[in-house]
Design a protein around this ligand. Sequence first.
Ligand code: ACO
Length: 428
Amino acid sequence: MTKIASLEIDGKKYELPIVEGTEGELAIDIKSLRATTGGVTTIDPGYKNTGSCLSAITFLDGEKGILRYRGYSIEELAQKADFLEVAYLLIFGELPDNTQMAKFHDDIKAQSHVDEDIKKILDGFPKSAHPMGVLSSLTNALIAFNPSSVNVDSEEEMYQAIVRILGKFPVLTAWAYRKRSGLALDYGDDNLGYVDNFLKMMFKKPSGEYVSNPIIVDALDKLLILHGDHEQNCSTSTVRIVGSSHAGLFASVSAGINALWGPLHGGANQAVIEMLEAIKEDGGDTKKYMAKAKDKNDPFRLMGFGHRVYKNFDPRAKIIKVAANEVLNELGIDDPILEIARDLEKEALEDPYFVDRKLYPNVDFYSGIIYRALGIPTEMFTAMFALGRLPGWIAQWKEMRLRKEPIGRPRQIYIGENYRDFKEINDR
Ligand code: ACO
């Protein structure tokens, strides 16, 4: 039976339908509220309690610490699948069989090159440019080299647009790193897997051979899977809202990269390592930084702690913490900042300030430690996150377009000046 919500405004009653999701989530459908009430809208800055869409891609329950892509648990996917399989799952809804997987990978490889002129654009950036700025600019620049807009009603055109961006994006990500490192730009090797090939594009030295390391490939596969999608977060909502104006996939993803860059979102993984390093340089006194994080007069926040949705634990953080220990052990790396991270986590989990506010380590608290162990420099961390999130952005963009969602355009409540007469400049 359809559930109904009743609302009373100034003594007048209204009934609003309730939408129920497949996991029993309830939402009051307010689409008709403004029209039926003669102008009443809702207000929810930061969209803390606003559902912007119906989606069949990712389910998460922040209270129970559940994260599932297309119904499959993140724990099982991280353990048993590789990144490209998960990308296929997110985008097309089902896990691929061997034939589908081979075709998908072949089609991506066929697109794993960019126009030589892209190099000229990259050349124009100073070496010091942040890789996220470079990546968003180059992704946007791809529009100029692939100008035809996608007919989203054509399955084949949609598929081609998807493999095109999946093929080109790792090249741009690796090149953003190589530019910064002063290394000659390099293409990968079609004989390698998607993640291994990316590592080759990043790390192959002009004078030496690239040697695959299965520990590094596995760890990166896992990290990218964990970042694959996270329903309507800031960057994904950005991708959907930009795409809702029917801007293309490259433009939408480029906007998503910019949203991800901020330190409250994807930029947190870089901020975590910078924070841990600063604590180490300052003598390793974690208690001092705990006090700073709790001091309302101090802008310092414990980076990598807290999450808009997870109020119990972040399941990705659990997987990453174990993976960080394993990778460091297997690679024989003794990283002193891991010790500082463990101390901070222990102190925060016992501190009433963090307990009361339900602040737990998030996915980024340990991811930077693994990236460091893999030889990826700090300023590349957020770009790695973007590489992992790309399938999620694509899946969400595709879903939004195929569901024929209307252009995204929130309302506001105006709190500015009421009408006033214009004064000539000499009378002001
Ligand atoms: N350190 C100290 N205090 C914190 C922290 C933190 N990391 N996070 C939240 N708080 C406090 C706030 O000061 C606030 O306290 P108050 O109620 O006394 O005013 C309370 O906890 C609630 O915080 P909000 O900012 O309202 O929570 P919100 O859900 O809006 O923000 C966010 C979530 C942005 C992730 C926040 O916890 C934060 O800034 N964390 C650090 C940055 C970070 O790690 N971001 C990565 C998020 S995961 C991702 O994007 C992949």
